[in-house]
Design a protein. Sequence first.
Lengths: 113, 255
Amino acid sequence: MHELGVANEILDVALSEAERHAAKKVTSIRLLVGVLRSIEPGNLSFLFEHLARGTPAEGALLEIVEEPVRVECEACGVSETPSFTLECPRCKGADVSIKGGDSLSILSMDVDS
Amino acid sequence: MRAPLPYKVRSLGHARRRKNGGHDRCGILTRMGTGGNVRIDVGRSIQQSADEAAAAIRALLAGRKIYAINLISSPGSGKTTLIEALLARFDGKGGVAVVEGDIETEIDADRIRKHGVEVRQINTRSSCHIQPSRLLSVLREMDLSETRLLLVENVGNLVCPAEVPLGEDARVVLLSVTEGDEKPLKYPLVFRTSDLLVITKTDLLPYVTFDVDRVRRAARAANPAVEIFEVSATTGAGMSALLDRIEALRTAKNG
């Protein structure tokens, strides 16, 4: 249930941004979520929907942009995978460095003014 | 029947690296320009308030020259036992304070209190990790005048504590050999973000299937800089090397 804290934080940010821009309603919120964050979109959405009831963000659509893991392979350069790995997805080599996939941020939101 | 939940998921892939509106080219964010609908660029970490609390903890610790360690593992991997070993090592010369995190009970704090050190228990109830704001308020209540080393035992869990920095100087993840050697693959974030990996209960290796080299390989792929220790608190094997290293890290930072 760690999505509860995340959902709460999203709502706080969305409501304060909406107020700052004098918006009446938040219609959608776009999130960048790394695949290593263990965020289950259905869980997050369910909790957000519940928390947002009675606020200007009620019914807002969560658009979750998944950030993949970046694999830097000595032999064939950079590639991306949807989950943690220990090998290059192209050449299957083990001489890799694993980066990214851990973002958790709000990119933008759409509001009715 | 309930209406479907309002969310969409798509993979970022290479789109993000395109210049000028890479997301819009994916075709789901083009409902703009009608009515009073306005796009606000937010660009803000969801963990901003947690990050601010962690920064306040760092400032508090820096002002007092305290070295802080965040201990993370599954339940029962040996966090409290490692803390007791550190207390035995540092007591009297380092000044150790301990914060224990658990969903419920004061059991761990009571266990540590017997060693005569400054200790507080945080009961997180519904939360699966220690929140930095909670740790900050606890630290403000503690007597840290003699403290040189702060040990924070996070809630037993390899998932959420990994995502929430507590302003620590070093993060230590423990993995006991009874848990299985696939854990760095299953929970990569905690292994990537930890400075030290301590493989515990090595005296049980003859009785379990646990490939230490597999763990080392996976942990190094997740974090090439990770320092790996193999210990048994029962036999004492490897413990002094680990305690020496922690002492060296502390003195390197704060003298």
